[in-house]
Ligand binder design. Sequence first.
Ligand SMILES: [Zn+2]
Length: 258
Amino acid sequence: MPSPWVPLFRNYGCLYDRIVVFGIFAADMAKHLILLFLFIASTACAQGRYRPGEVVPEPYLKVFGSERFFRVAPIDAELRALMERCSVKSEKGVDWDGLRYLQVLHRDVDGNAIVGEMVCNAAVANDLMEIFTALFESGYPIEKMRLIDHYGGDDEASMRDNNTSCFNQRAITAGGRPSKHSYGLAVDINPKYNPYYKLKSSGKVVVKPETGADYLDREGDFPYKIRKGDLCYKLFKQHGFHWGGDWASGKDYQHFEK
Ligand SMILES: [Zn+2]
């Protein structure tokens, strides 16, 4: 079908014909402009549609960048209600104003860009934003990053699912005093492949998650393994965190705390 634009430039002797052709041309242009506007508007609104756990398509990131997915926010009423049902076991000791909700992007081992989320202490929010931004930009693999509340506050379930998390009001794994997770000052990265291990004086071996025994051999080659000196280790150390893999008594390879 010939374009209606071409006759516009021909030498028509009749003014009426020129007006008709110009009208066709203007209508065609308007149609294209409307379609362009609808495309831009729908794409710009798409950011809100990508929820935690969802993959963000690469073409979207190429056009609009990844920055819009990285944000820090206070704990709103809806999130607080969720946390009070799951990760907060007692009102005592929770400083709501001192916690922050983080949203970031992370890449899994296949390179997919995924929306991640985390609740942490405000004192480490900027550290974690810098660390997770650097990990995302370098393609360091993190499989999942959902709130522990997504697992009903069950740390074992979260670890078995290889979910990276931070805030969870609970005692340290050995029992007794509150864990730094209770204050949002500790992060567990890819926990399924970086388990907690401790040989008790009774001779009993404790492994968390309980399904993580296959990954206690740190010489083994498997995905999501944190190595001393790798990018994840370096970034957390640069920001003043301690790594559980350096502990003398037992090992907590998934754990970074400040
Ligand atoms: Zn931990």
